[in-house]
Design a protein around this ligand. Structure first.
Ligand code: GCB
Length: 605
């Protein structure tokens, strides 16, 4: 169990937020053992005093910012450093808690404030934080210096795993030459990827909130739990407001139920004329008749259920017509970027997308909040490609799952957890591994179905019995039977039938697609042309339409946009299975899908 909550930092009359985005001093530790920074204690002095630094934007991956191929492909520790002026009132007011929060940094991070280590964190896509109040009060007149060292090395123990391979043949490789091998198909972007913040709370503060929602007839029910940290709280006061700020319900105490008369349910985009309806729950912590802390959580009231053949949202069958994404773009790599995020939402709405999967890692919370507001349904995914099923991996995987559920549990848009993508689930140890992981996830959250995404055949997959929804990826007429579009109907139907016969669970096609280099044309279609991508999608769609009224409940194209990968002979400057280019311009397939998704919205919505 993790200690403490991970509420998204929000301003209120009792809380302030200060963004530390912008330019930081930056240095990659290029010493042979990548250890100079620690040996010379770079965190004890300003980085700029220890040697040459460059300016690095935060948030952003560092890889594509310079013209230096060594930095693009760098493996090891990089160091970020900057000074912050802390408002005097934060320092003088002993009743203020100051917290440093990193939205995410890939992969392993250590954080120092004024030379003292305040926290470390493993895992590239989830937030971490440390209270730094006493540290900044120690030297109140000095600006506060924040140093973050980030290491992107992947090993057999990291999630996702990777290996470092040393090339010892001195006739072919220089001394100390090594490569990083990875099983997953996206560039191992690194650096500080999401906003870094300082935020304050009162000393006694609302630390965590959990809501579970339900409804009966016209009455919505919100079961809530609030935890307060930092001291004794005499009173907690909960007020629920509707979208227009009107009072709806209230309650007192750290747990209880709010009843909402004439409830407005949270509905997916295109399923209702008013999708993404959010209430706000204001939590106030009182002491001696004074409000001492206030935090407002947006929430949506909805239910999720799975039958043998259907996925139900608010008891109505939901059909996923959507995409798989990546946090990926030119220059910023995996770095958080509002213009890109808003553009992607506009493109998704244009396409008629009602859902997406956060392939293959947790996305920024701001993206989840947008999904909440717009009614875009999410499959919240944790990890790509694991093939090591030892105890070390499993116990770390359980912790990361704890972190994911802690962060994302209150989002109405999240309707299902995916604990992994394409693990080596045909290996015997996978059975115990996934049984444990899925049971653990269900114990953390009883309100959402759990799955993982598989590429294995039904009769080979060891984790199949434990998932609520079968999510299958397949690349017929692409990786196998290359160029033979005529085999898709037969192979795809057989694949579905095998899975359904074995487990009687609803099925989602969680990936399918073909690379298309934009502007390449050929008719009759050939691989890598826009025509081939279209023809392949069309042949999948024909099968989807046959199974749609049986047990087939969704289709997520691979991929929304082209994205960067490691270099290799299968990738022409990245993966080209996007229906948009990496610059978000449509290929022919975008128009095909747009037509289909709007039609599906009418037929299934
Ligand atoms: C997959 C993976 C995805 C790849 C995709 C591909 O099965 O889940 O990460 O990018 O195939 O294009 O090969």
């Amino acid at each position: 169990p993790l200690d403490g909550g991970m509420l998204f930092p929000r301003e209120s009359s009792f809380r302030e937020v200060k963004e530390l985005n912008g330019l930081w001093d930056f240095r990659a530790d290029g010493s042979p053992n990548r250890n100079e920074g620690f040996e010379k204690a770079w965190h004890k002095r300003q980085l700029a005093e220890t040697g040459p630094v460059i300016e690095m934007p935060v948030p952003a991956s560092y890889n594509d910012i310079t013209q230096d191929p060594t930095l693009r492909d760098f493996i090891g520790w990089v160091w970020y450093d900057r000074e912050v002026a802390v408002p005097a009132r934060w320092i003088s007011d002993q009743g203020t808690r100051v917290v440093l929060r990193v939205g995410s940094a890939h992969y392993y991070s250590i954080v120092w404030v004024n030379g003292e280590k305040v926290t470390e964190h493993e895992g590239g896509h989830l937030p971490f934080e440390a209270e730094i109040s006493s540290l900044i009060r120690r030297e109140p007149m000095k600006p506060c210096r924040i140093t973050i060292a980030v290491n992107n090395t992947l090993t057999l123990e990291t999630l996702p795993p990777g290996t470092i391979q040393y090339m010892n043949d001195s006739s072919r490789y220089p001394d100390g030459f090594f490569v990083q091998n990875m099983d997953f198909d996206f560039f191992n972007y690194a650096g500080i990827h999401r906003p870094v913040l300082l935020y304050t709370t009162p000393k006694v503060y609302v630390d965590d909130i959990t809501v579970e929602t339900n409804f009966m007839d016209n009455t919505g029910l919100i079961r809530y739990k609030v935890s307060v940290q930092g001291g004794f709280s005499n009173t907690l006061n909960i007020t629920l407001m509707d979208k227009d700020g009107h009072f709806v319900a209230s309650s007192n105490g750290s747990s209880g139920v709010l009843r909402v008369v004439d409830v407005k349910l949270w509905w997916p985009y295109l399923m209702h004329e008013n999708p993404g309806y959010l209430y706000s729950m204001k939590v106030r912590q009182h002491a001696h008749r004074h409000v001492r802390d206030e935090y407002t959580l947006p929430l949506g009231i909805r239910t999720v259920n799975v039958t043998n053949t259907q996925f139900l949202i608010n008891n109505k069958p939901f059909y996923f017509h959507g995409v798989n994404k990546h946090e990926d773009a030119d220059i910023r790599g995996r770095g958080f970027d509002w213009p890109l995020i808003v553009k992607d939402f506009n493109l998704m709405k244009w396409l008629g997308v009602n859902s997406f999967r956060t392939s293959h890692y947790p996305y920024a919370e701001e993206i989840l909040q947008m999904c909440d507001r717009h009614g875009i349904v999410l499959i919240d995914e944790l990890l790509p490609h694991i093939s090591v099923f030892g105890n070390a991996s499993l116990s770390h995987h359980l912790v990361v799952m704890d972190e994911l559920v802690r962060r994302d549990k209150n989002h109405p848009s999240v309707v299902m957890w995916s604990v992994a993508n394409e693990p080596a689930s045909e290996m015997p140890p996978a059975e115990f591994y996934f049984k444990t992981l899925i049971e653990h996830t269900k114990a953390l959250d009883q309100t959402r179905p759990v799955t993982y995404v598989t590429i294995a055949e039904a009769d080979m997959d060891k984790g199949g019995p434990y998932v609520d929804v079968v999510c299958v990826n397949s690349y017929f007429a692409w990786y196998f039977d290359q160029g033979r579009l005529d085999i898709v109907p037969l192979q795809l139907s057989t694949h579905f039938e095998n899975w359904y016969r074995k487990y009687q669970r609803p099925i989602i096609q969680s990936e399918y697609g073909a690379d298309a280099v934009p502007g390449l044309h050929m008719d009759p279609p050939m691989m890598f042309t826009e025509e081939y991508q279209n023809a392949l999608l069309q042949s999948y769609h024909d099968v989807f339409d046959q199974k749609r009224n049986q047990y087939f409940i969704g289709e997520l194209i691979w991929n929304f946009a082209d994205f960067m990968t490691a270099q290799g002979i299968y990738r022409v400057v990245g993966n080209k299975k996007g229906i948009f280019t990496r610059q978000r311009q449509p290929k022919a397939a975008a128009f095909l899908l747009r037509k289909r998704y709007w039609r599906l919205a009418n037929e299934t919505g």
